[in-house]
Design a protein around this ligand. Structure first.
Ligand SMILES: [Zn+2]
Ligand SMILES: [Zn+2]
Length: 230
């Protein structure tokens, strides 16, 4: 980091962002400026520099395919080491279900712009790292109920499950329309059974928001629930 932010200061900034993100997802009011002022009082930088740091954090959210805090337009002038660092702090602050692959994905995208002439060597003995992640405890009854309702068909594209599990049951994945990390409920009103293609598209597709709206509109149990956080 070029401007010598301490670990403590960065962590406090990420914690503030995660809290604003959570409040926004829950539809609760908050004032961004008071978060910056609080950080400015604690660490002695200008309010503006915290606002800018928040926009860097928005950039990491955008790489993860997530919505960022309204009004904090992603600012992408951060190195991949900083992205990785911010990502770790975000994960630590809020706990994430999916693996933390943003930095990896950003590197893949960069390399794809200039494909090498010959195949890369790779590693015969890849290294391993220990990671600790916070996970949400999901209710198996919700998963079972949603799978039962779907009766073997994707609730998005309606196609039959692409294959059967070893126990003979159709393979579908249960997805939360509003992420648990964004304040989504682990209830049947926030969960759908999907084929792997639709599931990936809802996470990574260019039109994932439109698709999520379509799924909500289609499924009877979603009617009457708020669509404000789609
Ligand atoms: Zn599908
Ligand atoms: Zn999912």
């Amino acid at each position: 980091m070029s401007d010598n932010w301490t670990e403590e200061e960065l962590r406090a900034s990420v914690d503030a962002y995660v809290e604003m993100h959570r409040l926004e997802a829950a539809g609760q009011p908050f004032t961004k400026k008071s978060y910056y002022e609080d950080l400015a009082n604690r660490f002695g930088r200008t309010v503006k520099s915290y606002e800018y740091r928040m926009q860097n954090i928005s950039y990491v959210y955008s790489l993860q395919g997530r919505q960022w805090v309204y009004g904090l337009k992603p600012a992408r002038n951060v190195g991949s080491n900083v992205i990785q660092h911010l990502e770790r702090l975000i994960a630590a602050s809020e706990g994430q279900q999916l693996g933390s692959n943003t930095d990896f994905d950003a590197k893949v995208e960069k390399l794809r712009k200039k494909p090498p002439a010959s195949p890369p060597k790779g590693k015969k003995k890849p290294e391993s790292v220990q990671a600790s992640v916070t996970q949400y405890v999901r209710d198996p009854a919700v998963v079972a109920w949603v799978l039962d309702q779907a009766s073997g068909h994707c609730e998005c594209c309606e196609a039959p499950a692409p294959f059967y599990r070893e126990d003979g049951s159709p393979f579908l994945e249960v997805h939360h329309v509003q992420r648990l990390a964004d304040g989504g409920e682990d209830t049947v009103n926030n969960a759908v059974a999907l084929c792997p293609n639709c599931h990936r598209e809802l996470h990574y597709g260019a039109e994932k928001r439109e698709l999520a709206n379509k799924v909500r509109a289609k499924i009877a149990r979603f009617r009457g629930t708020s669509a404000a956080n789609v």
